[in-house]
Design a protein around this ligand. Structure first.
Ligand code: PHE
Ligand code: FE
Length: 283
């Protein structure tokens, strides 16, 4: 299987590799097509308009795994971002360094047909389909760069856990309120058929108004659908709220308690009080 070709360890210090686009097999493109077509149907009326516009603008389609060079050309002209290929999760400092320089590190390999619904590590469908379309949006593009810079700074302040939670509850699992109702912008949801429906329509999870420090105190689940989703009003709100220097925030957070993923607080701005039924049934 050609997948092995995309896992060759990197020799470069920034962990980048070549995507080796021409080495993808027909089966690998076919898996992309399946995933794309499933999400395409589900995400009309569920994904935020900025995401759908980004997909369109990039020409990300059902035909097959995109060539990163072609995507980078379009991105570079639009928001100055590019995509670099990496073999898998990279060390934090390498990841932040790429983002801070408007480079999005993407894996190259694609899940197998047996893993269509869930896989724990990011693959090219999650990274490209889920993350890259919003990099066409100028405000979101700036947010991601700022996050990278913030990451480099937080590393020296023993504060990465706070920033990781912010990333999780925004970039990966964020919801946005629009005049037409709640929509998805988090890539972890956008690349998952089940969670695209669960996050918006299931009675189980809480849906809570965005609150920066509250999010930074909240642990998250990496092995299942989220118990709480946080809802922004706009990308401008997200960008403005994260603009201040976080140094005093980190200092204030250190003595404070951490919250479990399903905890509700009296001061939460609740859009939906979750029943918790989904996770309760599993315990
Ligand atoms: N403003 C943050 C800081 O000073 C950086 C940041 C921006 C972090 C956007 C996350 C998102 O650390
Ligand atoms: Fe991701």
């Amino acid at each position: 299987m050609a997948t092995a070709l995309h896992r060759v360890p990197s020799e470069r210090s920034d962990f980048t590799i070549d995507q080796n686009w021409s080495a993808y097999s027909e089966e690998e493109h076919a898996v992309w097509r399946l995933l794309f077509e499933r999400q395409h149907g589900i995400l009309q009326g569920r994904a935020c308009a900025e995401f759908l516009a980004g997909l369109d603008g990039l020409g990300i389609a059902a035909d097959g795994i995109p060539d990163f060079r072609r995507l980078s050309d379009v991105l570079m002209r639009t928001t100055g971002w590019q995509i670099v290929a990496v073999p898998g999760l990279v060390p934090d400092d390498i990841f932040f360094e790429h983002l801070a320089n408007r480079r999005f590190p993407s894996t190259c390999f694609i899940r197998t047909r047996e893993q269509l619904d869930y896989l724990q590590e990011p693959d090219v469908f999650h990274d490209i389909y889920g993350h890259v379309p919003l990099l066409m949006n100028p405000v979101f593009a700036d947010y991601m760069e700022a996050y990278g810079k913030g990451g480099l700074k937080a590393s020296g302040q023993d504060a990465l856990r706070y920033l990781a939670r912010l990333y999780w509850y925004t970039v990966e699992f964020g919801l946005i309120a629009t005049p037409e109702g709640l929509r998805i912008y988090g890539s972890g949801i956008l690349s998952s058929k089940g969670e695209s429906i669960f996050s918006l329509e299931d009675a189980s999870p809480h849906r809570i108004g965005f609150d920066l420090l509250r999010i930074m105190q909240t642990r998250y689940r990496i092995d299942d659908y989220q118990e709480s989703y946080f809802v922004i009003d706009s990308f401008d709100q997200l960008f403005e709220a994260t603009k201040p220097d976080f140094t005093p925030y980190y200092a204030a957070l250190k003595p404070r308690p951490e919250f479990e993923p399903g905890t509700l607080l009296p001061e939460d701005r609740l859009l939906h009080r979750g029943s918790g039924a989904y996770h309760a049934a599993k315990r």
